[in-house]
Design a protein around this ligand. Sequence first.
Ligand SMILES: [Zn+2]
Length: 538
Amino acid sequence: MIPKNTALATRYFLYARKSTDVEDKQVLSIESQLAELREIAKRDNLTIIEELIEKQSAKKPGRAIFNEMLKRIEQGEAQGIICWKIDRLSRNPVDSGKIQWLLQQGVIQHIQTHSQSHYPNDNVLMMSVELGMANEYIRQLSANTARGLRQKARNGIYPGLAPLGYINDPSTKTVVLHRKNAKIVKKLFETYATGTVRLEDLANILKRSDILSKNNNTVHISRISFILQNPFYYGHFRYGGEIYEGKHEPIITKNLYERANTVLRGRGRTLKIVDNPSPYCGLLRCGSCAMGITAETREKHQKNGNIHHYTYYRCTRKSKITKCKESPVRSELLDKQLSVLLSKYAMPKNWIAPLSSMLDKEELKAEHTAKDAVLELRAKVQELSRDIGRLTDVYVAQDIERADYLERRRSLLSEKKTIEEKIADLERTPSLWIEPVRNWIKDASILDEIANATDLPSKKSSLQKVFGLNLHLKNKEIEFNPLPPYQYLRATRENFSETNLALNLEYLLKQACTYFIKNSGEMLNVNTDSVLRKRFEG
Ligand SMILES: [Zn+2]
């Protein structure tokens, strides 16, 4: 113990480090640390001139309060530090070096921890070892905590109350399907994914099945919206702010979940649908503020007493961020633009036969193609699993923020689930992608007729097939971005010459096949091109 007369001459900073770091769960809370250290100071008669509390991890150099403290010590304000453990002071070589140097020089005359004292004449090696051990300790702890986290995720058992469609099985402590309600939940997703119903309609579906709120009212639409956004239904679950891969049986595919959520996002919860929805409602979004485009009818009274009704399409102006100033467009003008646009993606009739026969040949090789694609997809799944593991390590090692970690983890798990579903699909039905390609040929070959007809609902349906959700209205003009097969189709139409038509069509079909094998769209960035190249060359 330090002799009392020296202690009296020495002034101390009490330094405590507070952080949300994972490893801090293993040590005393900041309040207990402070209480104990004050007790030690009192016991040994050490004069604390100020209590300094750092809110940053010690893993990286550059803590503001720590640096300030060393500066003040160098200026002679204090000569000693009281801290919980030496590893509270430093867990990185830069700060360790500084402390050792100041101690060796006698600038720091004493470091008192809850269990140990350090003086200038101490064996420098001992302190190096202890600081080194602090670094080693956090590495070990990181590994352990990472294992713990992964273990929890791997168990895949949801620890909470089962959501609608499931029940908690007390005997096995797992969550199992509620057969009847599971069917109803599935129906909710399927119905909503069509984009033709409101959340209120889903509430009525529940009501008809006698599913009511706690107070025996119709389930509120905010609750319905919550159900539609619960990943539990495709097999993942949220717990403590994180997404885990569950072991429970999914009710729906992630694909269906995403289609329903696309509708939900595109629409916003509060959009009312007019009683007689105009044909192009739900097709476009505003090019300025990304809100939905809706329709309204206006009356025009003529002098002779006739009343004309005009339909206008306009932004719903629901954005809370921007005040949208886009002006409405007359229905006729919008229709004309859409029709012209649609006709540009029509497939010339003389392409149908050669493309169909090429596709027939593809079908014979479909199983082989699917196998190759599955191999690539599996490799991608493994890669994603490794990424998720690495991400956890990085997080536990405190190199990224929690919010960032959660977001990246969510996105990696989501991508993995999508690919796993794709693999299951391809294994179950190796020629699954053939049919969509066939439909694409069929759909594309009638676009001209549809563009020239007056059947607006059919036009809308075709436009959705060509553009998905990538149609925007800005300055009364359509902004568009077609799905790849249609994009290639138009490019081929505009660039081909008769002499190399066959080659062009082969390339076009290749692109369409690639797209439909990937099917789930942009979210998959697996390179199936090499597989296809092989097939088309060989
Ligand atoms: Zn707008």
